[in-house]
Design a protein around this ligand. Structure first.
Ligand code: GLA
Length: 377
């Protein structure tokens, strides 16, 4: 049954607005968005749909087709940061951050794999924000919507994420990666057409699910902030490798290696953009490999499954492979020659089986468009 029909069945009337927002793959620029860094993600074709209708009272009814369509009810007066709950907090957080003054019926549907490091949470937030922005004619810009969604996740859900996932979900162009300056949200769309270079991007979902709300993410972010503050910089973006090395002894070994990841990763993003502009996919792949090593050894957010996927892909001739997203599970990407995916998938499957790891899932990812309204009554 389609989303609108289900909405009518659940809430008695058709929705006024239906919007969609995609998940993402991040090519390079990992764990640097909250350091005011540059990142280079793209939107994938998998997306989340939000169908919404205004109510006459202050009630909020929320359901998801991926959760049996069970209705969760609350009201505007009860929206409060820190509220306990599950997936619904991401949607409610957005309603709270948007400051709605009228209740809504809201139905969520979609196909972004959950917990796979493909940003299903940002897709959910951005679909709701896009739909409700239209419904109440708030006229927020894409930059404002990204900040609103980030605030929902930071303050309402309690996950101190950066702004990459929300921005790429809202601002992407099909066929392009998004070079995003996380300091001012300015963007450049970088053509990313692998097919015409005989390449493709394989996503390896390890099926190990991460819980980002736990302490690891915040702790690492905190270490990087300690370093930039001590060096009198506004953010780690403003610290050079020379500066960091010169002050190495002022930090704990952990603070130092975490900051080293941040500073080196921001440098790699710059080099990766230059490589892409010259169609130098060998250099681009090499930078991706370096990012994995840095996330594994310095930032320590990888896990055995992610490392194994990367190792096998690299051994079989991938130009580059690395874990993506927050880490501790989720997905790897591998930049491979077109036509080699079957061989690659088989080898990774076998290697996982040998280690008694869960069977991974595989997708190919193509840069797709950002959030949009798909129906308006
Ligand atoms: C998660 C966060 C993002 C970003 C990545 C790591 O996806 O939501 O803001 O920090 O981790 O790059």
């Amino acid at each position: 049954m389609n989303t609108e029909k289900t909405f009518e069945k659940l809430f008695g009337e058709l929705p006024t607005v239906v919007a969609q927002a995609p998940g993402r793959v991040n090519l390079i620029g990992e764990h640097v968005d909250f350091l005011d860094g540059f990142v280079l993600p793209f939107a994938i074709s998998d997306h989340t749909l939000a169908a919404v209708r205004a109510r006459k009272d202050s009630k909020i009814n929320l359901a998801s087709m991926q959760r049996n369509g069970e209705i969760f009810s609350t009201s505007i007066e009860d929206l409060a940061p820190g509220n306990k709950g599950d997936w619904e907090r991401y949607a409610l957080g957005v309603l709270w951050a948007l400051g709605i003054t009228q209740g809504v019926d809201l139905l969520i549907d979609g196909n972004v794999p959950l917990g796979a490091g493909l940003s299903s949470s940002a897709a959910l937030e951005c679909s709701v924000a896009t739909a409700v922005n239209k419904l109440f004619n708030f006229r927020h810009s894409l930059e404002d919507l990204a900040r609103i969604c980030q605030r929902a996740e930071n303050a309402y859900v309690g996950m101190p994420c950066g702004i990459m996932d929300q921005s790429v979900s809202l601002m992407s162009l099909a066929g392009h990666a998004l070079l995003l300056d996380c300091r001012d949200l300015s963007t450049r769309h970088i053509p990313f057409d692998l097919a015409s270079h005989g390449l493709e991007l394989l996503v390896i979902d390890t099926q190990v699910h991460h819980a980002l709300v736990d302490g690891g993410y915040a702790e690492r972010r905190g270490d990087c902030e300690v370093v930039s503050e001590a060096l009198g910089a506004k953010a780690l973006r403003d610290v050079t490798m020379e500066q960091l090395l010169a002050h190495k002894n002022e930090f704990t070994p952990t603070q130092f290696v975490r900051a080293r990841h941040g500073v080196s990763e921001m440098q790699r993003v710059r080099e990766a953009v230059t490589a892409l502009e010259k169609d130098d996919f060998v250099l681009f792949g090499d930078l991706i490999n370096q990012t994995h090593a840095s996330l594994r050894d310095d930032y320590t957010v990888s896990c055995p499954e992610l490392d194994l996927g990367v190792e096998v892909a690299q051994r079989l001739g991938a130009l580059g492979a690395r874990m993506i997203g927050g880490g501790y599970g989720g997905s790897d990407i591998a930049l491979i020659h077109a036509g080699e995916s079957a061989k690659m998938i088989e080898a990774i499957r076998l290697a996982f089986k040998k280690e008694n790891f869960r069977e991974p899932r595989f997708f190919t990812a193509l840069p797709s468009e950002g959030a949009k309204i798909i129906s308006l009554a």
